[in-house]
Design a protein. Structure first.
Length: 160
């Protein structure tokens, strides 16, 4: 069979069972309401809609009475306080980490700036050897390396 048809039949069956279990009106009462509403389609729709809402209210009340017992409320309160305590613990740990890294990032920034300067100096030394080997390429490479270094250094100092 087609899966959609099976799903539709299952939904219809579930609806019929829910209607039978949670409808507190007799079929004769519903029939009487429909006879009174024969005048227009809008009235018929209102009757069906009102019954639909009443069935769902009854279903919700039934679920509340079964689920919201005193024992379940106590369990829920206990879990809620456990989660709040856990959230508070995580908040404290996060604050400690934030304090540590707010101090350490400056150290890391200084360390990387030193490494950058070391790299720059090594690049300058390589440029000096390039100057001796190929003087025409030296000026282009030196300006490129210097401009990259100065740009990065200025951005890095703005952050730190």
């Amino acid at each position: 069979m087609n899966k959609k048809l099976l799903l539709l039949l299952w939904g219809y069956t579930a609806w019929v069972i829910a209607t039978l279990l949670y409808n507190k009106k007799n079929p004769s009462e519903i029939k009487f309401e429909l006879e009174q509403a024969k005048d227009s389609w809008e009235d018929n729709i209102k009757v069906f809609f009102n019954n639909f809402i009443e069935i769902h209210k009854n279903l919700l009340d039934s679920c509340k009475s079964k689920v919201l017992t005193q024992e379940n409320k106590l369990i829920f309160e206990k879990k809620k306080w456990e989660l709040l305590k856990l959230a508070e613990d995580y908040k404290q740990k996060a604050e400690v980490l934030f304090q540590q890294y707010s101090v350490k990032w400056k150290d890391y920034a200084e360390e990387w700036l030193e490494k950058l300067e070391k790299f720059y100096n090594e690049a300058l030394e390589d440029l000096e050897t390039l100057k001796q080997q190929a003087p025409e390429k030296f000026d282009q490479a030196k300006t490129k390396v210097t401009s990259y270094f100065e740009e990065f250094k200025s951005k890095f100092k703005k952050v730190s």
